[in-house]
Design a protein around this ligand. Structure first.
Ligand SMILES: Nc1ncnc2c1ncn2[C@@H]1O[C@H](COP(=O)(O)OP(=O)(O)OP(=O)(O)O)[C@@H](O)[C@H]1O
Ligand SMILES: [Mg+2]
Length: 182
């Protein structure tokens, strides 16, 4: 995939499809120095150890619609191409944590991409699932969550088109402010 945000979308969708009611996405740049870490944590049903081990195998899926499940295997391939790893830590009844590590300045590291558009897509599900996004660089921190938006909006649902329309820009402007390269 050309953008890390699309991998994040896929992993968060796995959480929502599995029935999680809480998904926390964290992106750390240069922590530890030289590395980019992306963590997606959910409180879904989790996987038993055998399934968790096979989750990043392209021929493992619990989808009924097709025989391949590419999301995690593609993300693992991207991490490995950037000198890093993808780890899946899942506990039945507790949830799943997917941890991606990539060398921050690796020539093959995809850009983050349009995180605003990805969060816009994910926040459509705000009636079913609480989503938190946190992103830290050496130049600052940006965070946004469905809970925080709900408090600010009062009666207006987070998933309403007018809120979602503004979300993309809020996120991308917030991220531009902590982008050290900018
Ligand atoms: N957060 C999660 N909670 C529970 N099970 C999960 C979670 N993430 C992945 N899985 C399991 O791992 C399988 C493989 O996931 P993967 O993203 O690689 O493929 P997929 O979602 O099945 O298909 P695709 O991503 O190609 O649409 C899923 O079918 C599901 O059974
Ligand atoms: Mg998937």
């Amino acid at each position: 995939m050309q953008e890390l945000s699309l991998h994040i979308l896929d992993v968060a969708r796995n959480s929502i499809e599995a029935g999680a009611t809480r998904v926390e996405i964290t992106v750390l740049e240069n922590e530890p120095p030289g590395w980019m870490q992306i963590t997606i944590r959910d409180n879904g049903p989790g996987m038993d150890p055998a399934d968790a081990r096979r989750a990043a195998d392209p021929f493992f899926t619990t989808r009924a619609t097709r025989k391949v499940g590419l999301g995690l295997s593609l993300f693992a391939a991207t991490c490995e191409a950037c000198g890093g790893t993808l780890e899946i830590d899942s506990r039945p009844g507790v949830g799943t944590v997917v941890r991606a590590r990539l060398q921050l300045n690796h020539i093959d590291r995809p850009p983050l991409g349009n995180m605003g558009a990805v969060l816009q897509t994910l926040f459509c599900e705000a009636d079913l699932v609480e989503i938190t996004y946190r992103h830290r660089t050496p130049c600052g921190e940006f965070s946004i969550s469905t809970e925080e938006l709900r408090q600010e909006l009062g009666e207006v649902p987070v998933s309403s088109p007018f809120v979602l329309a503004g979300l993309c820009e809020i996120v991308n402007k917030g991220l531009a402010q902590i982008n050290c390269a900018a």
